[in-house]
Ligand binder design. Structure first.
Ligand code: GUN
Length: 301
């Protein structure tokens, strides 16, 4: 059996279309567009290209985006002051503020992220937003975790009572995704929603016998950043495999992007699989746009 493809690019395109209409409604009501301000520190090629695709997607749906670039040598105090200035609208109204990660080693990342006010924290990294998510009353959900959940819902993958195994315990993906998939799905019109009520195992670099866990997964999410970490023998036949990894490797003298999953082998075992590129990545970007619109709506005016 060859797995069905979870086409993140196509889904992101459909979500963009509905966001564009919602942004127009917002602009009609408030006589302004939602606005996102992105801080990019240094000149790491990968970060630069992610920020470019975020700004381009914002433009496509009618959200204004400004990218503020500062040199890699900028210290923690200067970055905190910059973020506080953006939060005072010193660079124009900022509904959403995003500091692209990773920051250079000499910078205290937590101090910089904590300077983003929680009501403009469209990354969902502030402790207040992480706390709200952990209590089952989410406001801004970290974009990649929200994108993975949306991908499962869109493909009609049942999650209630199923075993989801997440490999990687980062604050950005693994932890929030574990909370989302284990959360009580809302009941709307007597129907239990999708995307939650799973039994979740969160694996990490100290997990013993990783394959014993992954082989029990109905839904397997790899979010580590190691090419070919997940091989075919680690996957239960028919499982849904979602690859969050984005790794640049050199192959046959060419540079290319691969995920954490050995795609060609695992697609022969899995029931569903997300590719890299074109899987979770585009969904991360549209979830950021959705969070920016939400921030603008919460702010009003
Ligand atoms: N770097 C990699 N992923 C992310 C993300 O979701 N948000 C930010 N701010 N930086 C990242």
């Amino acid at each position: 059996m060859t797995a069905q493809l979870l086409d993140g690019r196509a889904l992101a395109g459909r979500i963009e279309e509905s966001l564009r209409a919602e942004v127009e409604t917002f602009a009609g009501m408030f006589r302004r567009r939602p606005r996102l301000v992105v801080v990019l520190v240094g000149d790491m090629a990968a970060s630069g290209s992610y920020v470019k695709s975020k700004a381009a997607a914002a433009e496509r749906v009618g959200i204004d985006a400004e990218v503020i670039r500062v040199p890699a040598e900028t210290d923690t105090a200067a970055l905190v002051a910059l973020v506080r200035g953006i939060a005072r609208d010193a660079h124009g109204p900022a509904d959403g503020i995003l500091v692209q990660l990773p920051l250079p080693k000499h910078v205290d990342t937590v101090a910089v992220l904590d300077a983003v006010p929680p009501d403009r924290d469209v990354d969902g990294f502030h402790p207040e937003n992480a706390g709200l998510l952990s209590q089952g009353r989410p406001r801004f959900i970290p974009c990649t975790a929200a994108g993975v959940q949306r991908m499962l819902i869109d493909a009609d993958v049942p999650t209630a009572g199923r075993h989801a195994v997440i490999v990687g315990r980062s604050d950005i993906v693994g932890k929030p995704l574990a909370l989302l998939l284990a959360s009580k799905s809302p009941t709307i019109g007597g129907l239990r929603g999708q995307g939650g009520d799973a039994t979740v195992t969160l694996c990490h670099s100290r997990s013993e016998n990783l394959a014993d866990h992954t082989r029990r997964a109905d839904i397997l999410v790899a979010a580590v950043g190691r090419p070919n970490l997940i091989t075919a023998d680690m996957v239960k036949p028919g499982a849904v495999v979602i690859d969050v990894g984005i790794n640049r490797i050199e192959q046959d003298g060419k540079s290319r992007l691969v995920g954490d999953v050995d795609f060609e082998a695992v697609r022969e075992v899995a029931g569903w699989i997300s590719p890299v590129p074109g899987g979770v990545g585009p969904l991360t970007v549209v979830m950021l746009l959705a969070n920016t619109l939400l921030a603008a709506e919460l702010r009003g005016k």
